[in-house]
Every structure is written in C-alpha cells, then in structure tokens.
Design a protein around this ligand. Structure first.
Ligand code: TTP
Ligand code: MG
Length: 395
C-alpha cells in the first residue's frame, strides 16, 4: 500500500504586474499591462484590475489597448522579475526537501511525511504565504492535494490570494462540475474533441465508458484522461536535473558548401541555443562548435568565455570564429552549437548594460513563446527542418 502524498503548488498572483505595482505606487489598483509595446508585442501578464476588461497573457498588445484604453502599459524589467523569483525559490527551499520549479513564479513542494512537523497543512501554507508577503510584498496562491494535478488545480481555484486544500475525500466533488479544459494537458483541441462526444465536465468524462474513449483517443490517452478525471496522478515531485549543456545541431539533406550558407545556419543555431538558455534561466561559459564533413570526419572546437552568456550574438561570434579558423573547403554534412559550463549562482548582473540586454532578449522570447521558435529568426534556416536534431539536455 502506498502512503498518501501531500503535494503543495505555489503560484504567484499576476507576477510581473504585481512586482510593478509594488515598485510604482502610481500603478496600484489600476489596470496595468506588462508586455512588449512594439507593434507586434504581446501581453506578458496584467493586473487583476486589467483582467476585468478581458485582457490576458499572450494577447496582442494592440487588442489589449482596444479592450482597455485606460490601462497603463509598461515594458517590464525581466532582470527584476528574475531576482524576485530567486527570492521566492529561496523561501520554497526552506519549506520542503523537494522543490520542483515549473516556471519563473510557480513550483511544486513535496510535503509528504512532514505532517508531524506542521500544525496542519493549512497553517503551513498560511505561514509560507505570510513569509512571501513579508519578504517580497507579493501575494501567492497555494493549493494542497494528494498529487500534482490536484495541487495545481487547487492553487488556481481561488486566485488571487487563494488557499485551497483538496483531499481524497473531497476530490470528486471538486472535480466533477469543472469543464474538461481544466485537466492538465487538455488543450483546446482535446476539449473540442471531447465536446463532440458531448463530454463537457470532468464528471461526465469520469463516467464515460472506457471503450468509448479508447475508440476516440486510443488506449493510452483514454487511460490518461480517465485517471486525471478521477483525480489520480502518480507523477512524483522531482527536482529538475540541472541541464549540463544546451545545444542544437542540424544535418543537411545535401552537404552545404558556401560560407554564406554556413554563416546563416550558425546564426539560426545560435538564436535557438540562446533562446533555450534564456528560457531555462541558464548562462554558460563554454561555447562549442561541431562540424562534420561529407566524408564524416568530425571536428569540435570549444572555448571558454570570460563571462557566461545566454546571448545569440556572443554565441554566434564565437562559433563563426571557429568555423573561419577551421578553413573548411569541402561540403559540410552537419553543424552543431552547444553551450555548457553553466553559472551555478544564477545571479543576474546588476550592471545597466546587462539589464538592458536582458530586457531586449526577454521581448524577443515573449514573441517566440507566442509564435513558436520560428517567430523571430534573423537567419533563414534550410528548408528541411525535420532533419534537425536536438542534443544536450533540453528539458
Ligand atoms: P502565470 O503564473 O501564468 O501568470 P501570472 O502570475 O501573471 O498570473 P496568475 O495570477 O494567473 O498566476 O505566469 C507567470 C509570469 O510569467 C507572468 O507574470 C508573466 C510571465 N508570462 C509571460 O511572459 N507570458 C505568458 O504567456 C505567460 C502565461 C506568463
Ligand atoms: Mg502566476
């Protein structure tokens, strides 16, 4: 028999916007929208005051302005948000032996076996919320449940400033009336397919005969849906293994010859690797170029930079210098770039220049997140993208 688990999910309320409201008195209690303000910019997030107008994350800024003309629009300061995130994670680390970060403002904490150390789960969550408020001036919402799916659902149920506990005894009553879209991993597509089967709520899903779901979704997906609809989720809370390197390589359908083509590929690869580094909050000191000729002879060159980087430009310039130094004359079959030697401190430099660069890349990344990695690419990569191969420990 397995021991009942106790999982906590913590998610900050309107994270970027709340930090701006904390730091600028004139933004408080106002509809505040944080996002890229350029023509193609999107909303990163907005204050709850702005949400009343229908504004939400990933919405084009242009549309947000139309919905909420009286709103205050700001670009945001990514370095500041990252620093606050580190403060919050330092607090999490003192509340649970195992913390699994999910994003810049949310994490799972495994409290299993700690029941005797706390007055009650609720009191423990209240203490955590109070400490976050005291140390950062910000508000978190918390969910506690026997598994990750229910804990994440719980933290969202009474946002902002929520604290919801779901138990084995209450889970069915909580789940049944909710729309299927609230199931983790059920996106608009799956929800529409369920809707076509006249399954709208989690309760209806739970009571659907398995065979019917198997016919529509296959056995694997059917079982997954039924388990979650019953509030069953066995995934453990696991600290992320920190990646050791992040890289990207591409094999060409036909060997490439011209220096111009090589440079274009190196630029595209640098942009991908830079984006991934930033998404994982990593900076690395060592940049490596891998180059394989048509006859399979393979060369790698790496260099350790004076300062760790996560920026496309620096990665590109290093890789390009290696390529030029190699003086290759034959056709090239494969090119790859990776960055390793990560900064463990994760500290963000406070120098102005550094902060400016981080903001610029944060804006680029918001667009990539919205439109996929192809959203912004200065270089045109080769036609045959499916030949691309990832390497490194991309999470
Ligand atoms: P979320 O936790 O999804 O959103 P939130 O904290 O702003 O609001 P909520 O109260 O609903 O939790 O994301 C955390 C931060 O990540 C958010 O403040 C801004 C950033 N973000 C983006 O930049 N783009 C996005 O599309 C999303 C969803 C978030
Ligand atoms: Mg949040």
């Amino acid at each position: 028999m397995s021991m009942e688990r106790l999982v906590m999910h913590v998610d900050m309320d309107a994270f970027f916007a709340s930090i701006e409201q904390r730091d600028h008195e004139e933004y408080r209690e106002k509809p505040l929208i944080v996002g890229g303000l350029s023509g193609r910019g999107v909303v990163s997030t907005c204050s709850y005051e702005a949400r009343r107008f229908g504004v939400h994350s990933a919405m084009p800024i242009v549309r947000a302005r139309r919905l909420c003309p009286q709103g205050i629009f700001v670009e945001g300061d990514y370095a500041n948000y990252k620093a606050v995130s580190q403060q919050i994670f330092a607090i999490f680390a003192r509340y649970a032996p195992v913390v699994e970060p999910l994003s810049i403002d949310e994490a799972f904490l495994d409290l299993t076996g700690m029941e005797l150390l706390m007055e009650s789960p609720r009191a423990y969550a209240e203490k955590l919320k109070a400490e976050i408020r005291e140390k950062t001036g910000l508000v978190a919402s918390v969910g506690i449940a026997p598994n990750k799916f229910l804990a994440k659902l719980a933290s969202d149920l009474e946002k902002p400033d929520g604290l919801v506990i779901i138990t084995e005894q209450t889970k069915q009553a909580v789940l049944d009336p909710l729309p299927v879209g609230r199931i983790w991993g059920v996106g608009q597509k799956t929800a529409a397919r369920l809707e076509a089967l006249r399954i709208r709520t989690i309760g209806q899903l739970r009571r659907t005969p398995r065979e019917r779901l198997v016919r529509a979704f296959g056995a694997h997906m059917a079982d997954h849906l039924l388990a979650l609809a019953s509030g069953i989720d066995t995934r453990p809370v696991a600290p992320r293994e920190p990646a050791k390197s992040i890289g990207k390589e591409v094999t060409f359908p036909t060997d490439i010859e011209s220096a111009e083509a090589v440079e274009r590929v190196l630029l595209a690869l640098s942009e991908k690797v830079g984006y991934r580094l930033r998404r994982h909050g990593c900076k690395g000191r060592t940049v490596q170029l891998k180059l394989r000729l048509g006859d399979f002879r393979t060369y790698t060159r790496s260099r350790t930079l004076a300062e760790a980087t996560c920026y496309d430009r620096e990665i590109y310039e290093t890789a390009l210098a290696f390529y030029r130094a190699l003086g290759v004359k034959q056709g090239i079959r494969l090119l790859g770039i990776s960055v390793s030697g990560f900064d463990t401190s994760g500290a963000i430099s406070l120098f102005h220049e550094e902060a400016r660069k981080e903001n610029l890349y944060a804006a680029i990344d918001a667009i990539k997140k919205r439109f996929g990695e192809q959203g912004i690419t200065k270089a045109q990569l080769l036609k045959k993208r499916d030949e691309d191969k990832d390497n490194g420990d991309e999470v």
